[in-house]
Write a protein that binds this ligand. Structure first.
Ligand SMILES: NC(=O)c1ccc[n+]([C@@H]2O[C@H](COP(=O)([O-])OP(=O)(O)OC[C@H]3O[C@@H](n4cnc5c(N)ncnc54)[C@H](O)[C@@H]3O)[C@@H](O)[C@H]2O)c1
Length: 381
């Protein structure tokens, strides 16, 4: 097979900079792609750290200003791995320069900014995608297949949680590398945009649109020192958020996220209960899907723990042999593979910017409801 190539320029060499670099490198080893990515250039502001990142992951060249990266004629795809407050500016500049754009989640700081991004990207007519990678955990993709086959029947309940415990100390500062998540100016919101956005994206994909929400949020530590200014400043993000939701299909949902659940590091769980069957999934055991089917013979009924590693499970035929599991990093490999297949076939892989805007609208409604104490209708794309 003859291969076309696309040159990738990545912005940001932090946590996501590493997961994406790893994915762009590995994807060609495991997937037969009509288009291959080339790790052409990486961009970051600290020259020494950038050099180390390029050497370690095999990026051919380095840029310290993302505008220069976008100006380069030899770059086809801009991949955005920077904090949330820079997504819009970089994505819009990249789209206007005719580059394809892969952007980390959440798409934007809020719905109106997301609308502008969708307008610009669609006006430019460039391929685009947002890295809601949990859709591409094979067990989650498998859940989607079971739902689409109608195995669960009518859906009554959707239940999702994303629990962490890393911000409990009042001494933890806000702002700067990694800790920008605690600074509302960089993050937009707290757990709602950071963690619940993942739960919402998966939920919209598995269970359709949400029409209304009622939420509560809390900021447990009210002031923190800012790493960049040294000043003690008010904390304006939501440390915790819980909300109820009604889906268009009539099902009821509960969502909860916090960074104050002592003992939990990244416990993303979801459960869906339908009239015939239920599914449950847990990020700490991500290669398993729990499945209960009421149509089984009565005395054999029970929850099955399906090891999602067989060749007929989503994505798994590309990896090792049946029974051998894969993990977190592979979801990013799958995302790159699907993006490139989408570019080659002309059928864009989801979630596009437009798809991700729907999640932004749910986040806005959640935060508005937490302020007003009222049920809030969700705007739709
Ligand atoms: N899909 C996921 O599961 C997932 C997980 C973590 C983070 N994220 C998202 O990825 C994005 C980055 O998060 P992270 O955890 O990698 O953060 P991080 O703090 O580890 O890395 C951010 C990087 O952006 C760089 N940066 C910031 N401003 C820049 C600028 N103006 N020019 C060039 N580089 C700049 C920083 O130097 C750093 O290298 C966020 O939007 C976050 O929400 C997604």
């Amino acid at each position: 097979m003859s291969h076309k190539t696309l040159n990738v320029g990545i912005v940001g060499y932090g946590f996501m900079g590493r997961t994406h670099a790893n994915a762009f490198r590995k994807v060609v080893n495991f997937f037969d792609l009509p288009i291959k990515p080339v790790l052409k250039a990486a961009c970051g502001r600290d020259e020494a750290k950038l050099k180390d990142y390029c050497d370690r992951w095999g990026w051919e060249t380095a840029e310290t200003d993302w505008r220069k990266l976008i100006d380069r004629k030899d770059i086809d795809i801009i991949d955005i791995c920077t904090p949330n407050d820079s997504h819009a500016e970089i994505a819009i500049a990249a789209a206007r320069a005719g580059k394809m754009v892969m952007c980390e989640k959440p798409l934007s700081m809020d719905g109106p900014q997301g609308e502008e991004m969708v307008r610009e990207i669609e006006k430019a007519g460039v391929a685009n995608m947002v890295w809601y990678n949990y859709r591409r955990v094979p067990a989650v993709t498998f859940a989607k297949q079971l739902i689409d086959e109608g195995r669960l029947g009518r859906i009554f309940h959707y239940r999702a949680k994303f629990l962490q415990d890393w911000t409990i100390s009042a001494d933890l500062p806000q702002g700067g590398a990694g800790l920008w998540r605690l600074d509302a100016a960089a993050a937009g919101s707290g757990v709602t945009g950071d963690l619940l956005a993942h739960c919402i994206d998966t939920a919209l994909w598995l269970n359709g649109n949400i029409n209304s929400v009622t939420a509560m949020t809390e900021t447990f530590i009210k002031e923190r020192k800012h790493s960049l200014t040294g000043q003690t400043q008010e904390v304006k993000i939501d440390d915790a958020c819980a909300f109820l939701a009604r889906f268009d299909n009539g099902s009821l949902a509960t969502f909860e996220s916090t960074r104050y659940a002592r003992g939990h590091k990244a416990l993303y769980t979801l459960e869906i209960n339908g009239e015939h069957a239920s599914v449950a999934w847990d990020l700490h055991d991500l290669h398993r899907l729990q499945y209960f089917d009421h149509r089984d013979r009565g005395n054999l009924r029970g929850w099955r723990s399906i090891h999602v590693t067989d060749g007929d499970h989503p994505y798994m035929s590309q990896w090792w042999v049946p029974g051998l599991q894969i993990g977190y990093e592979h979801t990013f490999v799958h995302q790159v593979a699907d993006f490139l297949q989408g570019v080659a076939s002309g059928t864009p892989a989801a979630p596009t910017f437009r798809d991700a805007l729907e999640t932004q609208y749910v986040c806005d409604a959640v935060l508005d409801s937490a302020k007003s104490g009222q049920w809030q209708n969700v705007k739709h794309v």
